[in-house]
Design a binder for this molecule. Structure first.
Ligand SMILES: [Zn+2]
Length: 290
């Protein structure tokens, strides 16, 4: 079993990340597997090196040590574990899809798509540019043709799932008009090439699992990863924790004198894994997962 912890350096670690780390390290260690650390800085406009450094520091402090790479390696410079250093890998993956006739350039903005879709909920790309044969150039997005399919998978927590990615989102954006590789594309390529067998992540990503499974197949992956989606820590019943919530940042709790075991225990209790906050070290987290 190979899983990954994959923070985006667009802010500091907060208790939501700690809950994810509890699941990732807890489940993986319990099964004798390996945890990979991946810096998901595909969004070049929002990612900051200082957030990455802070995330690595906080992970070390919490005691969640990845099997690969050591956090010291990421601090040294370019790394295969940082998405912004993997442009050539994504370009090669895209070229493979292009050779199969599955790629086209797209000039639509988000508001173009919203206007065409004309309803609320997830924005489905209606295929506006699918047959335009636009020449690829900077300033255009790049999409991958999906086919109508039913993707069935067994979520390790939610059980059997059935999703229709093409109906949900339409042709999948691989690179946006700003030149950023998209989350869905970069993650699916990375999970495939880095041999991730188990993607352990929050419930907010459950609905996009089918498209990753279809994309993985198009990329040539024979067996998609298994998925487990866990509850998110909520600030209120309807509001997710966010990186800007200063009372839930690992950094802020550290500054207020908390120690690592107290922070992990607080996260475990917010996630409903333990009845009330108590000290819990990174090496004990498998004990609170049934
Ligand atoms: Zn378009």
């Amino acid at each position: 079993m190979i899983s990954r912890f994959a923070p985006a350096p667009t802010g500091y670690l907060h208790l939501g990340h700690v809950v994810n780390a509890i699941y990732v390290w807890g489940l993986t260690r319990a099964r004798g597997g390996r945890v990979l650390l991946r810096i998901e800085d595909h969004d070049r406009q929002r990612s900051r090196p200082e957030f990455e450094r802070a995330i690595l520091d906080d992970l070390d402090w919490l005691g969640f040590a990845p099997d690969e790479p050591p956090t010291s390696e990421l601090r040294k410079g370019p790394s295969e574990w940082r998405q912004s250093d993997r442009c050539s890998v994504y370009a090669a993956a895209l070229a493979g899809l292009e050779a199969k006739g599955l790629v086209y350039a797209c000039e639509c903005s988000r508001s173009d798509i919203a206007a065409a879709a004309g309803h609320s909920g997830e924005l489905r790309y209606p295929g506006t540019c699918a047959e335009k044969r636009l020449a690829a150039r900077p300033g255009l997005g790049v999409r991958i043709r999906l086919t109508p399919s039913v993707e069935r998978f067994d979520d390790l927590r939610h059980g059997p799932q059935e999703q229709r990615p093409w109906e949900q989102c339409g042709d999948l954006l691989a690179r946006d008009r700003d030149g950023n590789w998209t989350y869905q594309f970069a993650v699916t390529v990375d999970d495939y090439l880095q041999g991730v067998t188990d993607a352990i992540r929050g419930d907010d990503l459950l609905a996009s699992t089918g498209r990753q499974i279809q994309l993985a197949r198009l990329l040539g992956r024979a067996e998609p990863p298994r998925f487990l989606h866990h509850p998110l820590v909520m600030k209120t019943a309807t509001q997710k924790l966010s990186k800007s919530d200063r009372d839930t940042g690992v950094r802020d709790l550290r500054a207020a004198g908390w120690d690592a075991a107290a922070v992990i225990g607080k996260a475990a209790s917010l996630a409903g894994l333990i009845d009330r906050p108590r000290r819990l070290s990174a090496s004990e987290v498998h004990e609170v997962l049934s």
